[in-house]
Every structure is written in structure tokens, then in C-alpha cells.
Design a protein around this ligand. Structure first.
Ligand SMILES: Nc1ncnc2c1ncn2[C@@H]1O[C@H](COP(=O)(O)OP(=O)(O)O)[C@@H](O)[C@H]1O
Ligand SMILES: O=C(CO)[C@@H](O)[C@H](O)COP(=O)(O)O
Length: 483
């Protein structure tokens, strides 16, 4: 918890409930100064499932707010941003009928393939929903649940995303927002409504879904009882974590962001709805009324940290050179779309050092994101402007250098560290003042930070990774022996 001088404006709380932990920031709405902060972890299952108990998110939220001391109870407004896509199925008593299926659970790959075909192929999905659903999307998880756990589906009375679930626990009302709902696969971005035909295809009654709140709407107030806020605190719609980070950066169209967290993401705000039939770019909505074309990888900081741990190296102990190429697809992969893939190492020699192997894991993780960057950016985006580097990994020198080396672009590392939670705080401030949350974040100066000069792009390394990726195709489409 940080102690602080008196705030100049009302206090607001921004929450980031992401894959590994929930973070809360109490922020002075006038200046953006973080008055207090807290963080608590939650567990994710291992093996072939990626599931978490939503009750743990709530407990983590309460623990994070307790760490903030009295400041959270003084807040005038709160907003919850969360990991996208997760399927939270609630029963008649409002509690989860089973653990939530998370964005990085790839068990619904077969249902994804089938749904894409049933609606008429990737182009039909892209034009209607903005995205071609892969196993990360909520719609494919619901289809998987219907096939594998029909009793859970029968017991379900409400379907929510992670941020909806926590927001509802605060207000008692079932709401979501256009940013997060755009990652479900059952929200038509073309018409900005739930898509009843798609819902019919997966047997999901629209009455089980939350109302989609308008940007800037007050979705309720904190209800009474044993809650970590004062009764009556205003609650903003919240949104998905990437859309929240876009708010937190005060992002303007065309500026690219590369986020290094549990997931790796690359995105930009756009005035145009994206409809990429290759499926690389998800045509998400942002939380304001614009769009957020985005590509996401499953293997980012955790995969690289795993390789460092296997080598008994510190994550910064990288060394240049050597011939090794590592495709770090420890969890299967989403970009490229290889849900059954496992990690592949090529080019190992007697003189390969552990530090070079570790560097090749960073290279493999960053290659996938940069490969998608050109498709994320509009034709009118400035391709030489600095990449904004955010997420836990952005604090690491090895991550920063790898992104510079493989992008050839200047890289800006914002001073604001928790940009998802800051974006949620800006949204909470917006419901108090009626202002645009991104404009509020720009006044707060959250994106300011050192710009690291570009270095020459390592074209040879990029080409070698692409070559290994292409040559390893038959191995990458199947799970390793023994699974
Ligand atoms: N100083 C650091 N250097 C490099 N990586 C870091 C550092 N601090 C945290 N990380 C990485 O950040 C990751 C968490 O990032 P974060 O954006 O908080 O994830 P999420 O929001 O998905 O829970 C961890 O897996 C860790 O590998
Ligand atoms: O699935 C996506 C984006 O489509 C992920 O970005 C999740 O939203 C998880 O985010 P983090 O936990 O890595 O922040």
C-alpha cells in the first residue's frame, strides 16, 4: 500500500482481474495519481484445462482492496476490467455451476472448427461478428460445455464474462459492455446486438445473457452488505482487459500497443470495424464506441519464464547469437492458430549456450506478435511511430531489447505500470464527470515514458523463425505423443 498526500479530486477505483491476479488501484480522479494499490493472486488449473474458480477472483478483489486501506471505501466510483472471453456459468442461486473456462483453454478447438463451418466459413464470421472464433472465444467454450457437461448447461441460469461476474457482485445487476462482449463470438459487431442465429446454433437462450451497457453509463451502485466499497458508490460498465489498457493509455487511432502479460497482445484503436477472414486479427470493439483490432498469443511471459526455469537461469540471463530457434508453444497457440501445438526446438549445436536458448524463447514469442502487427494496423497508421510496450514483461530488459531488435521500431515504455487498472479507473472517473475516459487518461499522462531508440531489425532471425514455423507444420498441428 502506498501512503499519500491529500487527493485533489474525488477518488476512483480501477480493477484489473487478469489471468494470474487481481490488482486494484485507488486513483485521484483529478490527477491520475495512484493513492493506494493492492494485488492478490488466483489459481489457474494445469494439465489440458485452464480453469479458475470465480469465487477466487472475488476473494482476490476483496484482498486487493483491503490492502488499499480506507481509500477504497472513500471512492466515489469503481470500474472492473478483466481477462477476456472466460465462460462463467451461474446457477439459480447466482453461484458458478462449475469453474470458469478461461481464454487460454484450448479444449474447444473442435467446436470452433465446426462452428466456423456451420455459419458458412471464416468470411461469414468475420463479416458478421468481426472475428473468426477460435477456442479462446466464449461461444466455442459454451459449445464444448454443451457437448461434454450437459448437466452443467442445464443448471445454468446466467452466462457471464469475468468482468461481468465481479461487476454484478457489486451491483446485483447483470451487465456487460461492448468491448468485452465483442470477444464472445455471439455479439454481431455489424449490428452491435446479440446474434440470435449464432446463439441458436449453440443452444444458448439470450435471456441468460447480460444487458450490454452504453459507454459512460452508470450500471448501478454498490449494494449494501459486506462489500469492499461504501454502499452507493457508482459502478461503471467495466470492460475487457485489453480495451481497458487502451483507455488507460488514452490511445489514439493508429498507435500500436504490444502487451506482454500472461497473453501477448498487439492492437490499435481504429475508427473502422475489422473483418479479417484469416482469423489472425480479432475485430473487437473498444470501450468507447470505436474498434480494437487485436491479435493475441497464448504463450508469452509464462512460456519464457518456464524456459528460464528449465535452464535454471534468471529471466534476464540471455546471450546473443547461435543457431537455435524455439517456437515456445507450450500451451498450444492461438496466433498462429495451432491449438494442439507444443514447443519446438530446432538448430541445437554443441556450442549452443543456455543463454542463447533462453533468447530464442523470447524471439519465438515476440516473432508471433510482430508478424500480426501489420495486419492489426490500418492502412493509414504511421508504421514508424513508437510501439507502446506494456504488461508485466515490459519491465524486463530482455523483453524490451527483443522487441526493439525484432521490430526495428522505437519502443516507448509508459511510466504508468498497471495500465488495465488505470484504464478502469479512467472509466470510473468518466462516469463521475461525463468525460471521455481516454481523454482523462491523456490528461493524467499515463502513456508518458522513455522512448528507446530503434535498433536495426534482425531480418535473418525473423526469416529463420518463419522458416522453422513453416517446415514444422506437420508437427504443430498435433498434440505431442502421450497426450
Ligand atoms: N520485472 C519483470 N521483468 C520481466 N517480466 C516480468 C517482470 N515482472 C513481471 N514480469 C512478467 O509479467 C507477467 C505478468 O504480467 P501481467 O501483465 O501482470 O499479467 P496478467 O495481467 O496476465 O496477469 C509474469 O508472468 C512475469 O513473467
Ligand atoms: O484473450 C485475450 C485477448 O483476446 C487475452 O488478452 C486475455 O484477455 C487475458 O489477458 P491477460 O491475463 O494476459 O492480461
Amino acid at each position: 500500500m502506498s501512503s499519500s498526500p491529500a487527493a485533489q479530486g474525488p477518488l476512483v477505483v480501477g480493477v484489473d482481474t487478469s489471468t494470474q491476479s487481481t490488482k486494484a488501484l485507488v486513483v485521484d480522479a483529478a490527477t491520475g495519481r495512484v493513492v493506494a494499490s493492492g494485488q492478490a493472486p488466483h489459481r489457474v488449473s494445469t494439465g489440458d484445462a485452464r480453469e479458475s474458480d470465480p469465487q477466487e477472483w472475488w476473494d482476490a478483489l476483496c484482498a486487493a482492496l483491503r490492502q488499499c486501506g480506507t481509500a477504497a471505501r472513500e471512492a466515489s466510483a469503481v470500474s472492473v476490467a478483466g481477462q477476456q472471453h472466460g465462460l462463467v456459468a451461474l446457477g439459480a442461486d447466482g453461484t458458478p455451476v462449475r469453474p470458469a473456462l478461461l481464454w487460454n483453454d484450448v479444449r474447444s478447438a473442435a467446436q470452433a472448427r465446426e462452428l466456423v463451418e456451420r455459419l458458412g466459413g471464416p468470411k461469414a464470421w468475420a463479416e458478421r461478428v468481426g472475428s473468426v472464433p477460435g477456442p479462446s472465444f466464449t461461444v466455442t467454450k459454451w459449445a464444448w460445455l454443451a457437448e461434454h457437461e450437459p448437466a452443467a448447461v442445464r443448471a445454468t441460469r446466467a452466462v457471464r464474462l469475468p468482468h461481468d461476474y465481479l461487476t454484478e457482485r457489486l451491483t446485483g445487476c447483470g451487465t456487460t459492455d461492448r468491448g468485452d462482449v465483442s470477444g464472445t463470438g455471439w455479439w454481431a459487431s455489424a449490428s452491435e446486438t446479440y446474434d440470435e442465429e449464432i446463439l441458436g446454433m449453440v443452444g444458448l437462450d439470450p435471456a441468460l445473457l447480460p444487458r450490454v451497457a452504453r459507454p459512460g453509463e452508470v450500471v448501478g451502485t454498490v449494494r449494501g452488505g459486506d462489500l469492499p466499497f461504501s454502499q452507493g458508490t457508482l459502478v461503471a460498465p467495466g470492460t475487457g482487459d485489453n480495451a481497458a489498457a487502451a483507455l488507460g493509455l488514452g490511445l489514439l487511432p493508429g498507435t500500436p500497443v504490444l502487451s506482454l502479460g500472461t497473453s501477448g497482445t498487439v492492437y490499435a484503436v481504429s475508427e473502422h470495424r475489422s473483418t479479417d477472414a484469416t482469423g489472425t486479427v480479432a475485430g473487437f470493439a473498444d470501450a468507447r464506441g470505436a474498434w480494437l483490432p487485436l491479435a493475441c498469443t497464448l504463450n508469452c511471459t509464462m512460456a519464457v519464464d518456464k524456459v528460464a526455469a528449465l535452464l535454471s537461469l534468471d529471466r534476464e540471463a540471455v546471450e546473443p547469437g547461435g543457431t537455435a530457434t524455439l517456437l515456445p508453444y507450450l500451451d498450444g497457440e492461438r496466433t498462429p492458430n495451432l491449438p494442439h501445438a507444443s514447443g519446438i526446438l530446432h538448430g541445437l549445436r554443441h556450442d549452443t549456450t543456455p543463454g542463447q536458448l533462453l533468447q530464442s524463447a523470447y524471439d519465438g514469442a515476440v516473432h508471433s506478435l510482430l508478424d500480426a502487427l501489420d495486419q492489426v494496423l490500418d492502412a493509414d497508421a504511421d508504421r514508424s511511430s513508437p510501439l507502446l510496450l506494456i504488461g508485466g514483461g515490459s519491465r524486463g530488459a530482455a523483453w524490451q531489447h527483443t522487441v526493439r531488435r525484432l521490430s526495428g521500431r522505437p519502443v516507448q515504455v509508459p511510466e504508468g505500470k498497471e495500465l488495465v487498472a488505470l484504464g478502469a479507473a479512467a472509466q470510473a472517473a468518466g462516469v463521475l464527470t461525463g468525460e471521455d475516459p481516454a481523454a482523462i487518461a491523456r490528461l493524467w499522462g499515463t502513456a508518458e515514458g522513455p522512448v528507446l531508440d530503434p535498433v536495426e531489425r534482425d531480418e535473418a532471425k525473423l526469416a529463420r523463425i518463419s522458416e522453422v514455423l513453416s517446415d514444422a507444420a506437420p508437427l504443430l498441428v498435433r498434440a505431442p505423443h502421450g497426450e
